[in-house]
Design a protein around this ligand. Structure first.
Ligand code: ADP
Length: 222
């Protein structure tokens, strides 16, 4: 692989993150354009989805700019609300997925848009690398002075020899499979960068054919 510059990396990050909301907006816009006889309820429903996804796009752009800028907002975040937002976003793209949330009432301090981007990426991967309908469990818990956000799937799992590299930029276990699912091997390196900015870490435990658990560990504020 050629060595890419920081700005090339950033362009690749941006393209990766912008792709799924753009696909949703385009799909719904095409429905509106191609079907003249939609009921007012359907038009309302579809335009609402376009609006909601545009707002998500705006958040992602902000997150990417913050990453590029090395800038960082620190605000109080209710983690139960954050994971619920991520669930709703993932369901827009994968309505068949079964996503359960187990969340203690925990507040942290950080950049909500960036953390949503990170948890959302783990959730989307869990769905992408599972047979349909994906079964995902997101849990938020406190362990001593640390906060854990774990995303557990029952999907294809990751073989031991790949585990050390999956957080590297452009690393994909199966490039063809990954590309077919719209991936570029960038999601996890973005997650890693965001969590590092928050003074935390991401780890994975996985078994082939059984599934994976990605755990974000963040410092608690109390
Ligand atoms: P991609 O865009 O290819 O999904 P990521 O950086 O998000 O890139 O992930 C890197 C690689 O790690 C993926 O190509 C995939 O092989 C593997 N991977 C990530 N998450 C999971 C998961 N939940 N289950 C199985 N494999 C995964």
């Amino acid at each position: 692989m050629k060595n890419s510059s920081a700005s090339e990396d950033f362009v690749a990050y941006a393209a990766h993150e912008l792709r799924s909301p753009l696909t949703i907006i385009r799909g719904f816009a095409e429905v509106l354009h191609d079907h003249a006889n939609l009921s007012p309820e359907m038009v309302h429903d579809i335009s609402e989805k376009i609006l909601r996804t545009s707002l998500r796009l705006e958040k992602i752009v902000k997150g990417l700019l913050v990453l590029a800028d090395n800038d960082f907002v620190s605000e109080p975040i209710k983690l139960s609300v954050l994971v619920e937002n991520c669930r709703n976003m993932a369901l827009q793209l994968h309505p068949e997925a079964e996503i359960t949330i187990q969340s203690e009432a925990i507040n942290i301090s950080g950049d909500a848009d960036l953390l949503e981007l990170a948890v959302g990426n783990l959730l989307e991967n869990g769905i992408k690398y599972s047979p349909k309908p994906a079964k995902i469990c997101v849990s938020v818990s406190r362990e001593g002075t640390k906060i854990n956000i774990a995303v557990k799937d029952e999907g294809i799992g990751i073989a031991k020899e790949h585990l050390a590299q999956i957080f590297d930029r452009f690393y994909a276990v199966n490039k063809v499979h990954s590309r077919r699912l719209g991936g570029a091997g960038l999601g996890l390196s973005l997650v890693n960068a965001i969590i590092k900015k928050h003074g935390g870490s991401v780890s994975v435990s996985s078994e082939c054919g059984k599934g994976s658990i990605f755990t974000i560990e963040l410092p608690s504020i109390d």
